[in-house]
Design a protein around this ligand. Structure first.
Ligand code: NAD
Length: 285
């Protein structure tokens, strides 16, 4: 029976250390850390994410600046706001909640955010830095996964690591972070053949597919670390991951639940990036 990796606990400890440093910055240097969150339109899932980010800002002692823009906002108006935020010294990090309405080019918006304030690490400059292993901002979800793996005490170096999914947000940066820790990486995707065999060879298996219960016990090696990034909403309204938790739990060594696994980590890593951004902007890092 696998040990459950408690994302809520690991996330709380990351936030506690961010809160401690944030308080020190304020008390000793008079520096306040600020995060701007921009949301366009009224996508209910995005609204929940933005509210959670605001709540996390309060918990760690950041100022948060929320910009809730109407669905009809033009790309030019959004780019103007990003420009204002790039120059606002109270704002250390800028997060534009994705997805954006169809009439706005997401790439243009991401590229307009100053790389120094790009706490999601989506700007090509930061993506490039991740590639060469010289990065200050970690892409939040993969960085959260790294913390969860670290919490198990399982060494990554030399292990077979399989990542299912090759998205720019999760799969690709996830593979890079594992590679930087000297794992032997296989990236699987929708065209991969023999997926079951490849996965069954993984000491560390990360699923970022977006399909409920996609990873079944026969795809998992005995004792493996199984990390479930997927967030899928079932017809009955319940959340479930990409891993068939019930069967895989009996075979894996460690497993993350959904909810309560990777999800809480993404936000705490965003807080960590924002603190890093603030420190860099005042020359402390
Ligand atoms: P995506 O749709 O961009 O990518 C999915 C990937 O899965 C693709 O690369 C695709 O090639 C691969 N795939 C699809 N079908 C496959 C198959 N049959 N076999 C093998 N690979 C297959 O999704 P994403 O943005 O990377 O997100 C993946 C999941 O993670 C989603 O459920 C998303 O909601 C979740 N997510 C969670 C967090 C979090 O904070 N926990 C953050 C981001 C994404």
């Amino acid at each position: 029976m696998a040990q459950i990796i408690n994302g809520k606990e690991v996330s709380a400890s990351v936030k506690a250390s961010v809160a401690k440093e944030t308080a020190q910055l304020k008390d000793e240097k008079g520096i306040k850390v600020g995060l701007a969150v921009v949301i366009v339109g009224d996508n209910p899932a995005s609204r929940v994410y933005v509210n959670n980010k605001k709540k996390a800002c309060e918990e760690v002692g950041f100022q948060s600046f929320e910009y809730a823009l109407d669905e009809s906002t033009t790309q030019e108006q959004l780019l103007d706001l990003v420009d204002v935020l790039n120059r606002d010294t109270r704002v250390n990090g800028i997060l534009v909640q994705l997805p954006l309405p169809k009439h706005i080019d997401e790439t243009a918006v991401i590229n307009a955010i100053s790389p120094d304030k790009d706490v999601d690490a989506f700007h090509p400059v930061n993506v490039g830095k991740i590639m060469i292993g010289n990065y200050s901002f970690l892409p939040c979800t993969p960085a959260g996964v790294m913390e969860l793996i670290a919490s198990t005490g399982v060494e990554i170096a030399g292990k077979n690591c399989v990542v299912i999914g090759r998205s720019n947000i999760v799969g690709k940066p996830m593979s890079m972070l594992l590679l930087h820790k000297s794992g032997t990486i296989t990236i699987c995707h929708s065209k991969t053949q023999n997926l079951k065999e490849v996965c069954a060879n993984a000491d560390i298996l990360v699923a970022a597919v977006g399909r409920p219960n996609f990873v079944t016990a026969d795809m998992v090696k005995e004792g493996a670390v199984v990390i479930d990034v997927g967030i899928n909403r079932l017809e009955n309204g319940k959340l479930c991951g990409d891993v068939d938790f019930e069967s895989v739990e009996k075979k894996a060594g460690y497993i993350t639940p959904v909810p309560g696994g990777v999800g809480p980590m993404t936000i705490s890593m965003l807080m960590k990036n924002t603190l890093t951004a603030a420190k860099q902007q005042v020359g402390l890092e």
